[in-house]
Write a protein that binds this ligand. Structure first.
Ligand code: LMR
Length: 279
């Protein structure tokens, strides 16, 4: 039975746990320094699972021994940006949080566990986590541009008036200022679509700014339903190892001409790892 550990039982961690257990992908352990929050969320999610027809279980607490033997570790803990802030402004404070988590979790999880970073600024934190873990780079990835891809697909669907599920598109680069929505590589049911420059510009801008748009609407906190779904997507394919291609932030060593940093590129996912960058 596969076990997924989610560290950080805030809104993103909670929604990820709900999607993963509710959509029958894996059992989940939710860890948070706030023991009651993690335990309460686990109870609440478990109470939804009969209704949803899932036999998975979610456990929660502050005790890291709960993650013993986990196949995947997802780190969502960290401070969210406030309106007007960039994700990059969170680097210093979130590095401290992630360092503490890695120190506590590293010795407990399965030897072949995959590590998925979600804390912002996503690419820099993934890079930092990779440097602390010192494990095979194929076991380390950041969830960000697959979420941005879903956001861009919504813009394209509205613009073209077609079902989002018939659209193929991708966002690569950083989950932040260096985001690259590939507006020149969009297809609908396998047919290439070329959009006029003004529409491409609008899609690009709305995709890049979507996270900030939601932060501004909330006033406090950031998006969580779609980020939770983005985690579900990564976890599902890591567990099945089905060779799906997703854009994720990974430590690059020369692929696409980039070395020594994490950035979002299309990767082929195998069981508990990314196998290669799609060149
Ligand atoms: C997101 O894209 O929703 C997250 O990275 C949170 C944020 O700060 O926008």
């Amino acid at each position: 039975m596969s076990k997924v550990a989610i560290i950080g039982a805030g809104n993103v961690g909670g929604f990820a746990a709900a999607w993963i257990a509710g959509l029958d992908v894996a059992d989940v352990v939710l860890i948070d320094k706030n023991d009651g929050l993690a335990r309460g969320k686990a109870m609440d999610i478990n109470d939804s699972l009969y209704i949803l027809g899932s036999n998975r279980w979610v456990w929660g607490g502050s005790d890291y021994s709960l993650i013993d033997g986990a196949d995947i570790v997802v780190i969502t803990a960290g401070v969210a940006r406030k309106p007007g802030m960039d994700r990059e402004d969170l680097l210093k404070i979130n590095k401290e949080i992630v360092k503490d988590i890695i120190e506590k979790a590293k010795g407990l999880v399965a030897d072949d566990a995959a590590w998925v970073f979600v804390t912002n600024p996503l690419d820099a934190i993934t890079e930092f986590g990779y440097s602390l873990l010192g494990i095979d780079r194929h076991k380390v990835m950041g969830m960000g541009v697959n979420l941005d891809t879903s956001r861009m697909v919504n813009q394209i669907a509205e613009s073209l008036g077609v079902a989002r599920t018939s659209i193929s598109a991708m966002v690569v680069g950083k989950h932040g200022k260096g985001m690259i929505p590939l507006v020149d590589d969009i297809s609908v049911s396998g047919m290439a679509v070329s959009l006029d420059e003004e529409i491409k510009g609008e899609i690009r801008e709305r995709t890049v700014n979507r996270g900030a748009e939601i932060v501004a609407c909330f006033g406090t906190g950031s998006a969580y339903v779609a980020p939770g779904a983005g985690i579900y997507q990564v976890v599902r394919h890591l567990l099945s190892g089905d060779g799906s291609v997703l854009p994720l932030s990974v430590p690059l060593e020369g692929e696409r001409g980039i070395s020594g940093e994490c950035t979002g590129v299309p990767v082929v996912l195998g069981r508990l790892c990314w196998e290669k960058v799609l060149e």
